[in-house]
Design a protein around this ligand. Structure first.
Ligand code: C2E
Ligand code: MG
Ligand code: MG
Length: 573
């Protein structure tokens, strides 16, 4: 009897332990985020645990019910899922399948674990089902970022270069042609700086979306950087070629881009084209060659398409070489100043000199300032060069002033970048004070391009210089936007009529009308006029007759070295 009691107690205790364990397992399953299927092969029973009801609206009790799971996923995942659900048939222990639910954006992961007995028969299996939609979309985003540009949805640079390299590989096997176009929005900086980067971004985005539409069958496009795009066409033929794409771009850019803030923006583009194998046989170099052509288009006035030809490269390399030489020259101070005299038209007496820079490069070649000043402006070396020009011209003037005992005007060319420096006026005054030169004997020549950038801030700066007593002269008048009306608003003492007017003044009656009205206008405003590039007696006589104050040009004198100028002055005294 005791034995029986003992057995009963034991059973009770075991039952209690079992139900405790069961409760524990049930709790664990409930707190897990996924759902479980526990399958017993011995009993041919399947239990659904965890969050099963959150996942599915059907039940699974036996093996044949698995067909309902197979029906619930997109077709392309059915085979993989079948293997995972019936893993024991493959004799394996664990396997995983990731499946998208039919017609839904939900992704589930099925992970099966099968247990076997000693003789290799399956005893039971657990299938764990979890929702992996979030990780899947994060992965997709990462994949997207690896291939695409976030702003435009076009390929990004890296992936595009990879695709283009594949094009190149295939083209080298099949002897095909590839056209690479670099498309650069003209004057994008003005939009970005002037209207704002938000607008700039939206413009780039809209242009990118437009380019995406022309992609397709062996035509790929990418957003390279900023406002620059690249399109590659594999084996151009039929309507898939540079010309048709260019025509489509022109058609699009004839219409405004409507920005969400309400602005309407019209753009033009510069396009450089390089072709495989003619320009290069490497993907990166093809892009580089096309970029060099864009650079050339920009220099030639923008809004055009040009093809790469080998001389483009050598011109470009020349300009790079020049740029490097220029940097060295700044360091070594390989510059010289020469001075071109200016004479009063009435009495032919010396009015002053224009200081003109000369550069003798390492190979003793003279390089024209018309060639190197624009490069110096582009790479910033104009700042140290311009500083040196002021120092040298003022130093020279102070010597001559003392040597000859009478004043004249030293006219110095100033580039717009120099004006932009806040301390410009003070730095000029510092040099004048150091050499004890009167501000009224120094004239600074500015060009109209200085004013295009920012009329009001530049004219304020000019006023400061003039308040110190420095003269201001407007150079090359007639080559820029030359509006006579803004002359009234400008604080200037002198206006220099560009050589291009003087060249045709005797042969072209329209030029004569303009020249006469410029001279009359400046006279009325109390501004002095100088004619530049006077080479013939006839021109001089005419200019004198219509009231031009000062003459500068080869007729009277070429630019002279300091020694030549001294000799000239000494002999005329
Ligand atoms: P610019 O200021 O208009 O200078 C006048 C240019 O015309 C000078 O050329 C001068 O030598 C040339 N010239 C003068 N008379 C005649 C003539 O009768 N016939 C012909 N064919 N040419 C004549 P240069 O010295 O080659 O200077 C070219 C330009 O380079 C200058 O044009 C000026 O814009 C710039 N430049 C020269 N020196 C400097 C400088 O020190 N700083 C800056 N920022 N620019 C400079
Ligand atoms: Mg000048
Ligand atoms: Mg000039």
């Amino acid at each position: 009897m005791n034995e029986l009691h003992y057995q009963l107690d034991l059973l009770k205790a075991m039952n209690q332990k079992l139900s405790e364990k069961e409760r524990m397992y049930a709790k664990v399953c409930e707190s897990a985020e996924g759902a479980f299927l526990y399958c017993s092969f011995e009993k041919n029973m399947i239990y659904a645990l965890g969050q099963w009801n959150d996942f599915f609206d059907f039940e699974i009790r036996e093996s044949k019910d698995f067909s309902r799971l197979l029906d619930a996923v997109e077709e392309q995942y059915v085979l993989a899922l079948r293997d995972v659900l019936f893993l024991e048939k493959l004799g394996e222990e664990t396997a995983t399948a990731e499946c998208q639910m039919k017609g839904r954006k939900i992704w589930l992961q099925f992970r099966t674990q099968v247990s076997y007995d000693r003789s290799g028969n399956p005893t039971d299996k657990v299938i764990y089902i979890s929702n992996i939609t979030k990780t899947k979309s994060q992965n997709e985003e990462l994949t997207y970022m690896a291939y695409y540009d976030g702003l435009t949805g076009l390929y990004n640079r890296n992936y595009f270069v990879r695709l283009l390299s594949e094009y190149v590989r295939t083209a080298s096997e099949k002897k095909s042609v590839i056209s690479v176009m670099i498309i650069d929005i003209d004057e994008f900086r003005k939009i970005n700086d002037g209207i704002g980067i938000v607008v700039g971004d939206e413009l780039v985005q809209q242009f990118g979306i437009f380019l995406k539409e022309i992609c397709g069958d062996n035509v790929i496009a990418c957003h390279l950087h900023s406002d620059v795009f690249c399109v590659a066409i594999y084996e151009p033929s039929g309507t898939r070629n540079v010309e048709t794409i260019y025509r489509a771009i022109l058609k699009r850019t004839r219409e405004a881009f409507h920005i969400s803030s309400g602005q309407e923006i019209h753009i033009t583009v510069s396009i450089g084209v390089a072709e495989y194998p003619e320009a290069s046989t490497s993907a990166l170099e093809l892009i580089n060659c096309a970029e060099i052509v864009v650079f050339k288009c920009k220099k030639q006035g923008r809004n055009m398409l040009q093809y790469f030809e080998p001389p483009v490269l050598s011109d470009f390399l020349d300009s790079i070489e020049l740029e490097n030489k220029l940097k060295k020259a700044v360091y070594n101070k390989d510059f010289y100043m020469c001075y071109q005299p200016q004479y009063y038209a009435g009495n032919r007496r010396l009015r002053g000199v224009e200081a003109l820079i000369r550069w003798k490069d390492e190979d003793a070649h003279w390089i024209s300032p018309a060639t190197f000043i624009p490069i110096a402006e582009k790479n910033g070396t104009i700042i140290p060069i311009g500083k040196w020009v002021i120092e040298e011209s003022v130093r020279q003037y102070a010597l001559w002033r003392k040597q000859f005992g009478f004043p004249f005007i030293m006219s110095i060319n100033i580039s717009s970048l120099q004006y932009k420096k806040d301390d410009f006026a003070d730095s000029v005054m510092e040099v004048l004070n150091r050499y004890k030169v009167k501000p009224g004997e120094i004239e600074l020549e500015i060009t109209e391009s200085v004013l295009i950038d920012d009329f009001s801030s530049v004219s304020e700066k000019l006023k400061v210089l003039r308040n110190y007593g420095i003269r201001i002269s407007l150079d090359d008048f007639g080559t820029g936007f030359s509006s006579l009306s803004y002359l009234k608003k400008l604080p200037i003492d002198t206006l220099k009529i560009d050589k291009s007017f003087i060249d045709t003044v005797m042969t072209d009656s329209a030029t004569r009308v303009i020249t006469e009205s410029i001279i009359n206008m400046v006279k009325a405003l109390g501004i002095e006029s100088i004619a530049e590039g006077v080479e013939e007696e006839q021109q001089y006589k005419y200019l004198h007759a219509i009231g031009c104050d000062v003459i500068q040009g080869y007729l009277f004198s070429k630019p002279l070295s300091p020694e030549e100028f001294e000799a000239m002055l000494s002999s005329s005294l």
